[in-house]
Write a protein that binds this ligand. Structure first.
Ligand code: GDP
Ligand code: GDP
Length: 455
């Protein structure tokens, strides 16, 4: 492949430098209607209207990728945490909690035409507790006359208020410059990882599938509560648990144990917890209640784990409650609704009886191994060469796109870049993914394939 004029090592380095690694997370928080979603849209260059049929509840994506001045980061849109759904205080508390647990830096948005309200002051207190860097956005400064309103927000004690008009784009550049100054290059967790800390597991699933029961079962009596930021007043959120002779860090267990008494917004709140836990974890144990019909919420949680690029294990809980008939229908439902994670190791457990608890760790280890698999470039190209010779891309418009070569740009999850002489159809890409899995395993991990068309 060298005669094609690419240096594979160089390409891999470029991709790594371009941020094909874990990205730092920026959370945008503030009261409803201050303009959070407008600001997020402006930053990520999204044009869709910020209109929701059912505010909050329908919005399942909360994390987007953004870039500024050559740096990439993730941005969390908390604009859907509406007051109708959660109540102002709950929505604000939930945002702050997310910021505390999952974000590396925070943009706090205040409506400068309204000024600082009591709720804003309350958020400031919560953010102080978080100890994460905060940049203050004085929003709705649409023209120079609004600058004075912005200056009033010095009173919040968060430092310089950046006057911004999210609607028109005014001042967003300076705001983002300030953000990049405080946002770390990589998420905090990767430092712990570099030090060889325990593997981080997120136990996720919709309410009532049995997460806290499972946690209690596996934690037993030997639970150790970890407080990562010793000396701060924040709640302990992670637990170290001994399992299969190893120590694992179950992230965000406080969120699992704490019963949130919300009715209408509970589902949405749960999906935010899921997003926060996934941000911190390496592997997701996705708990499903096998005794009930799989729900849209189950598949949505699965998608969140896959989209977050985490290693995945699916645990079918409440197995003690299954009769023959339910088992039959469950298998049909899995085939139909969970095709997207056919590759995930599966365990059928009961948090109640302890059934098959010992299978959990091997499944987690399998998934992590798949997640970290690296295929040497030579082997990958030998495989691609044979594949393409045996199954060439269909001819389209008299042309036949060829894969020139490929390289694995990263792991966790495995990311491949294929260099091609033309556009590769989605169906062909899926075919390649299937064959990659057949050849190299990748059990328990999503894999990402991007195609670069050579000019
Ligand atoms: P969120 O609830 O905090 O996400 O707020 P939204 O982004 O949905 O914005 C609430 C309202 O404020 C919408 O009608 C926006 O068009 C408006 N808005 C947002 N940013 C600005 C701004 O910079 N200037 C003005 N004049 N209006 C804004
Ligand atoms: P969470 O909301 O996901 O944390 O779910 P919980 O752990 O609170 O469990 C919800 C309900 O399911 C409780 O009544 C549990 O006792 C019950 N439950 C949990 N795991 C099992 C199981 O394996 N079998 C049975 N029969 N019930 C279970």
């Amino acid at each position: 492949a060298a005669e094609e004029g690419f240096d594979l090592e160089e390409v891999a380095d470029d991709l790594a430098a371009a941020g094909h690694g874990p990205l730092p997370v920026l959370a945008v928080v503030g009261r409803p209607n201050v303009g959070k979603s407008t600001l997020v849209n402006r930053i990520i260059g999204r044009r869709e209207a910020v209109v929701e049929d059912r505010p909050g509840v329908t919005r399942d994506r909360v994390t987007y990728e953004a870039h500024w001045n050559g740096r990439r980061f993730k941005i969390v849109d908390t604009g859907g945490w509406e007051q109708d759904v959660l109540g102002i205080d709950a929505s604000v508390a939930a945002q702050a909690e997310f910021a505390i647990e999952a974000a590396d830096a925070v943009v706090f948005v205040v409506d400068s035409t309204v000024g600082a309200t009591d709720t804003d002051e309350a958020v400031v207190k919560l953010l102080r507790r978080a100890g994460k860097p905060v940049v203050l956005c004085a929003n709705k400064v649409d023209g120079p006359s609004g600058e004075a309103d912005a200056a009033m927000l010095w009173s919040l004690g968060l430092g310089e208020p950046y006057p911004v008009s999210s609607l028109h784009g005014r001042g967003t550049g300076d705001l983002l410059d300030a953000v990049l100054e405080v946002l770390p290059q990589a998420p905090a967790q990767t430092f712990g990882e570099a030090l060889g800390g325990p593997r981080r597991v997120a136990l996720i699933g919709r309410p009532n599938v049995g997460k806290s029961s499972l946690l209690n079962k596996v934690a037993g009596e030997e639970r150790v509560v970890v407080n990562e930021l010793a000396g701060t007043t924040r709640d302990p959120v992670d637990e170290l648990i001994q399992l299969g002779g190893k120590t694992w860090k179950f992230v965000d267990t406080a969120g699992i144990r704490r019963r949130v008494h919300l009715t209408e917004g509970a589902d949405y709140y749960a999906s935010l917890r899921t997003a926060a836990a996934l941000e911190k974890a390496e592997v997701a144990v996705i708990l499903v209640d096998a005794s009930e019909t799989l729900s849209v919420q189950d598949t949505r949680i699965v998608s969140m784990a896959v989209d977050a690029g985490r290693a995945c294990v699916i645990a079918y809980n409440k197995w003690d409650q299954l009769d023959e008939e339910r088992r039959y229908y469950l298998e049909r439902e899995i085939e139909q609704d969970l095709v997207q994670v056919q590759w995930a190791p599966r365990v059928n457990v009961s948090a109640l009886t302890g059934r098959h608890m010992e299978k959990l760790v091997p499944a987690i280890e399998t998934a992590l191994a798949g997640w970290e698999t690296r295929i040497p470039t030579g082997r990958l190209n030998a495989f691609l060469g044979e594949l393409v010779a045996a199954h060439p891309h269909p001819i389209r418009g008299g042309k036949q796109p060829r894969i020139l070569f490929g390289t694995q740009a990263g792991t966790k999850p495995p990311r491949f870049v294929l260099f091609a002489s033309g556009f590769l159809e989605a169906g062909y890409r899926r075919f390649i993914e299937r064959r990659l899995r057949e050849e190299f395993g990748f059990e328990g991990t999503p894999i990402q394939i991007s195609v670069r068309v050579r000019e």
